[in-house]
Design a binder for this molecule. Sequence first.
Ligand code: UD1
Length: 416
Amino acid sequence: MGKFVIEGGQPLKGKVKASGAKNAVLKLMAASLLSDTPCFISNVPKIRDVFTMVEVLRWMGAEVDFDGDHRMFINPKVSKAEAPYDLVSQMRASIIVLGPLLAKYGKAKVAMPGGCNIGSRKIDLHLKGLESMGAEIEVKGGFFEAKTKGLRGTLVPLDFPSVGATENILMAAVLADGETVIENAAREPEIVDLANFLNKMGAQIKGAGGTSIKIKGVRRLKGVNYQVIPDRIEAGTFLIAAAITNGEVTVEGARSEHLELVISKLREAGAKISEKDNEVTVSLSKRPQAIDVAVLPFPGFPTDLQPQITVFLSLAEGISIVTENVFENRFLYVDELNRMGTDVRIEGHHAIIRGVSKLYGAPVKATDLRGGAALVLAGLAAEGETIVSDIYHIERGYENFKEKLEKLGARISIIE
Ligand code: UD1
């Protein structure tokens, strides 16, 4: 298994382009199952989670062609409405095929995702929502077995604005009979991208991006050409990487409206930021100031940047508190981080960060995708050599991470 070897202390400088959004494209791929004819998606990132989703679709019998130029062709005719355990266990997001399969084929058999290293990650809201629309769902042999005589539109109030539940219910509702209203819906930009994709296919969705989404069911959907939005989490990771190394980096493709709170928090900590159309530049030439960050569903500060901002604040002057309000156990990386000389203490869902003036390189292990990326940022800022192992977690969601960092001047290599 690969490891990153990082020689820290080099300020990152230059331009980097954000790839297509992982959390959008996976859902577009699932949504293409709803179409009668093939879809073309462009700006698709070459990352492990996308390859896993390609396998999920192919396993069902769909034809998927993913060429060298970030373009994907999907012919969605499937021969079995199933997702097997070995693929779902590699990527929990595979559960997102449940709604489209039910809507299109009236049945679905999807492996239960099982444990996860950032918390228990329940899917009760997905199931409750689909059941209220007329699905019958049983658990048999580790699988959800779902069937319906026909989904009906209804009012679906969510107890929490879950991204996955909003998307599964949205995709089920586009072909349901009548009108569905999702209340307390997730408002993430990836939900808006999914709704735009579905509307282009012929769906009738209004209100995506707000807390109430209205969907009028239609009989059929047709294939489209669609370009996925840039990855705001990858963009945010590079912005924080620039600030933590006291560098200056422009992220092309970064949409400031998707990163408002990230930008304002970096400014509050002392970074200089300029925003243009589809481009954000950050620089910082001194130690950051301590600030508090509360992680919340969009438009709040994203949980997927919580580890990165925690690492950044570990070098701040003063004491910062980062509060994680989305996942119950997303601080696993902190034990690894503290091996590099940081002073971060976890109390419940708060990280209490006493800023230090220097980090020291050390061998550390990536515990999950974003925690792993955060350890790489720590390595870039640290004195001496950091070796980050288990980088397969990072490869799930960052395209050419090493190459992009190298282009910005980082001294980073991969060893097997
Ligand atoms: C998606 C993103 C992930 C991001 C997260 C929150 C993808 C592939 N992943 O994950 O990167 O961190 O949104 O922005 O898009 N919950 C329940 N019951 C449910 C569903 C969720 O209790 O039925 C809880 C979860 O346990 C978690 C919280 O809600 O604590 C947020 O989960 P959710 O918004 O559903 O995240 P995902 O869609 O899994």
